[in-house]
Design a protein around this ligand. Structure first.
Ligand code: A3P
Length: 301
């Protein structure tokens, strides 16, 4: 069978951001909308939800190893993580859509990734009472990571310079919308939907082993101490950066020499980007938008 020819994205124009039911989107995430909304989740599916750049890949890999590390070793060395954990809303021909990939997943449970704000999640996930893992990251580091990601991924809109990007971030003019709405919307869902584990990137950095334990207790898994150690060792930043199955080196839209996908993996890199004035303006704006005293982020550890 002839494989579709994938041409370099460098030659293609960057996608434009547009308003989609009040949320910034690009067509790559809306073109398959009916299939996304009608997606048939199964009761044992696990949805990994995040705002972009909050640690999606890290948590996806942890879950993938917890469930499937014992399967054929080939799986770990020959199937990129983004094929093992399909990106539900992605529609970028000639690649298969996220819904097609998910429909064809041979594993149980299926691990499915989404960046959708909570109100856009297909209703079957709620109806089937699927388990949901949400990962949130502090706004400043999240913004920095997103800026460098848009620089390197020609499948995303042009980020402009850092100060333009930061202004857009504060105004929510981003793909998948406002960070503030995203983290708050999912946090509120937790109040009414019990099959939910809300976790933080900063906690993972602080103590990855503890966070793996928490994930296991949420998922009802009891790996042996050796298995847990193996997972912990595989998911370090350096190992994931080296691993071709997790470092996105297989994705043709990403220019890793502009900025690597596995870039720094730190809490507090925002201090190398924000000017004093930007930081003051950001903090002032943040206070207005983040009124829920229960949802707290750490900006350094
Ligand atoms: P930085 O750009 O700050 O380095 P996502 O997977 O949601 O796109 O998030 C990518 C961010 O998570 C990047 O942040 C990446 O380096 C970081 N990341 C991925 N795996 C990590 C790991 N094992 N340890 C620490 N950070 C990790």
């Amino acid at each position: 069978m002839n494989k579709p020819k994938i041409t370099s994205m460098e030659a293609r124009p960057r996608p434009e951001l547009f308003d989609f039911h009040g949320v910034g989107m690009i067509k790559e995430f809306t073109e398959n909308w009916d299939n996304i909304q009608n997606f048939k989740a199964r009761p044992d599916d696990i949805l990994i939800a995040t705002y972009p750049k909050a640690g999606t890949t890290w948590v996806s890999y942890i879950l993938d190893l917890l469930y499937f590390a014992h399967m054929s070793p080939d799986r770990q060395t020959s199937i990129p993580l983004h094929d093992r954990v399909p990106f539900l809303e992605l529609c970028e021909p000639p690649m298969p859509t996220g819904t097609d990939l998910a429909d064809k997943l041979p594993t149980t449970p299926r691990l499915i990734k989404t960046h959708l704000p909570v109100q856009f999640v297909p209703k079957s996930f709620w109806e089937q009472r699927c388990r949901v893992v949400y990962v949130a990251r502090n706004a400043k580091d999240n913004a920095v990571s997103y800026f460098h990601f848009e620089r390197m991924d020609s499948g995303m809109p042009e980020p402009g310079d850092w100060s333009t990007f930061l202004q857009n971030f504060m105004e929510g003019k981003m793909v998948f919308g406002s960070w503030y709405d995203h983290v708050n919307g999912w946090w509120e869902k937790k109040e009414t939907y019990s099959n939910f584990h809300y976790m933080f990137y900063e906690d993972l950095i602080e103590d990855c082993g503890r966070e793996i334990d928490r994930l296991c207790s949420f998922l009802g898994l009891s790996p042996s101490p050796e298995e847990k150690e193996r997972v912990k060792a595989s998911v370090t930043f350096d190992n994931m950066k080296r691993n071709k199955m997790t470092n996105y080196s297989t994705i043709y839209t990403m220019n890793q020499t502009t900025s690597p996908f596995m870039r720094k993996g730190k809490v507090g890199d925002w201090k190398n980007h924000f000017t004093v004035a930007q930081n003051e303006q950001f903090d002032e704006d943040y206070k207005q938008k983040m009124k829920n005293p229960d949802l707290k982020f750490r900006y350094e550890i």
